[in-house]
Design a protein around this ligand. Structure first.
Ligand SMILES: [Zn+2]
Length: 193
């Protein structure tokens, strides 16, 4: 598979998409090489006295559909119209088929005690460690602050994306994956990453 595959609201998962999965933590799955990189990163953090857990890794399109529909139903039961419920759901949950989690390359990482992914993850020692070190293991912070017009998502301090050896260049460029891939195509350096 293409480790730099782009999946977002404008680029749905290709229908013939296939991924080789491996267990990353507690039965949670990631793409095979992503799982290895995640484990190495987790061990390295632990050696520095920093502990985190994988809240969410690979999600099938069917599972995403279930998440989406449950949230819409919950909002409808609270009195919203179907249209309102779908709009609000879309602000926090990717519709099935366009979530980066379908690729197995995305990892939601939180503190061991966190039941959910929250904005308060920003500024924790886990976040600060990941900010300094995640690129060494091939991960980038996928939805940075101020990037929502490009990525389609608000800031998510917990969502990391495996991009392999391109991680350091992307981090140093300060660009989102969308911008980076566009630049690479324009200047023809796609083979260099
Ligand atoms: Zn995520």
């Amino acid at each position: 598979m293409d480790i730099l595959i782009l999946v977002n609201k404008l680029h749905p998962l290709p229908e013939n998409f296939q991924v080789r999965l491996a267990e990353a933590e507690n039965g949670k799955l990631l793409e095979y090489s992503t799982a290895g990189a995640y484990k190495a990163m987790k061990n390295s953090a632990a050696a520095d006295g920093v502990f985190f857990k994988l809240l969410s890794g690979y999600r099938s399109v069917g599972y995403q559909k279930k998440l989406w529909e449950e949230n819409v139903r919950r909002l409808e039961l609270s009195g919203m119209s179907a249209r309102q419920a779908q709009k609000l759901t879309g602000e926090s949950i990717a519709p099935p088929g366009v979530s980066e989690h379908h690729t197995g390359l995305a990892a939601d990482i939180v503190r061991p005690e966190d039941p959910d992914a929250e904005l308060s993850f920003h500024g924790t020692k886990q976040f600060l460690w990941l900010r300094e070190n995640s690129h060494r293991f091939g991960f980038i912070l996928r939805y940075p602050q101020g990037g929502s017009s490009l990525t389609g998502y608000s800031y998510e301090p917990w969502h990391y994306r495996f991009v392999g050896k391109a991680a350091e260049k992307i981090k140093n460029s300060g660009k989102t994956l969308e911008e980076y891939l566009t630049l690479c195509k324009k200047c023809g350096i796609i083979n260099d990453i």
